[in-house]
Design a protein around this ligand. Structure first.
Ligand code: PBG
Length: 299
């Protein structure tokens, strides 16, 4: 018998062979582009969808502008609808971009008050639905927010608006560039009282189970790269679409290294997004989306 019988390299010898046996195929159809909207923004096409974050003109303790029909996100959705773009519009539902203290909820007795926040989140989701959003994505990590939003939407006949919940959102150092862009860094304390401890995996399964019980249609893990194990476990444990958010700090790391000439951008971005998909993410929110769509079209 010749040795070795198994030669894995046989199937790696040409691009045609590698393409034939490839397990994970990256496509722009699974990518969502995060956009920060402010008055005057223009949206161009090329991707299936966007997720919108608001940069409001003014902030206050309760994030009042987040529920206004005249709010930045609401106006952006309307503009997208008016332009008749074939584009899925997802909206981030949270208070931190709209509160002057930068926390994801309203403050009572020096703490982020869970139940008082639910009312505002549900109103915000409703106003996004009214403006024409397809999917709302609560990212605040309050307990019970998916149920509160689902109930509010159904009450107003928006039973077809889907909820993509940021089910396992970790208290991460990788949100830095986002917070700078949105000027949403907490002005006191931190988010450890509501976002998850990076050390916990089983708790993520619990969070996902709760959100699904409350009516979430899709669940998100965030950030992506330090939590690939969580993406995999959620993918195996639940039969729902799993999203991953390749966050601002993950994007910035690659951009900075590329600027220094240390990494080949296209190569590492495709590798990273393939890895996230291989871990079990069916859809990925990423700031690389526009570049990836262009690269995939070219080749
Ligand atoms: C809002 C929200 C944040 C991000 C998405 N939604 C910021 C945070 O939790 O501080 C971060 C996204 C990114 O870093 O790209 N709650």
């Amino acid at each position: 018998m010749s040795f070795p019988a198994q030669r894995p390299r046989r199937l790696r010898r040409s691009e045609l062979l590698r393409g034939l046996v490839r397990e994970t195929r990256l496509s722009a159809s699974g990518l969502i582009y995060p956009m920060f909207v402010c008055p005057g923004n223009r949206v161009r096409q090329g991707l299936p969808g966007v997720i919108l974050f608001g940069l409001p003109e003014s902030k206050d303790p309760r994030g009042a502008s987040s529920v206004s029909a005249q709010g930045v996100v609401q106006r952006a959705i309307e503009a997208i609808r008016k332009a008749n773009l074939k584009l899925l519009v997802i909206t981030d539902v949270c208070l931190c971009e709209y509160t002057d203290h930068g926390h994801c909820g309203v403050i009572e007795h020096g703490e982020v008050a869970n139940d008082a926040t639910l009312t505002v989140l549900a109103e915000q989701a409703l106003s996004h639905a009214r403006a024409g959003a397809d999917v709302v994505a609560p990212s605040d990590m309050m307990d019970g927010r998916v149920a509160a939003i689902r109930e509010k939407l159904d009450e107003h006949k928006f039973e077809n608006i889907a909820i993509l919940s940021y089910a396992a959102k970790y208290c991460s150092g990788f949100y830095g560039p986002f917070r700078e862009a949105a000027q949403s860094a907490p002005q006191f304390g931190d988010r450890r009282g509501y976002q998850m401890d990076p050390a916990n995996a089983r708790e993520a399964l619990k969070e996902v189970a709760l959100d699904l019980d409350e009516g979430a249609d899709m669940v998100m893990i965030k950030p992506a790269l330090p939590y690939l194990d969580i993406i995999r476990r959620v993918h195996e444990a639940f039969n729902v679409p799993v999203a991953a958010y390749n966050v601002s700090g993950e994007y910035a790391m690659i951009k900075a290294a590329v600027q220094k000439g240390w990494l080949d951008e296209q190569r590492v971005v495709l590798e990273v997004l393939t890895g996230i998909q291989r871990a079990g993410a069916g859809l990925t929110l990423t700031y690389h989306a526009k570049d990836v769509a262009r690269w995939l079209k070219q080749c």
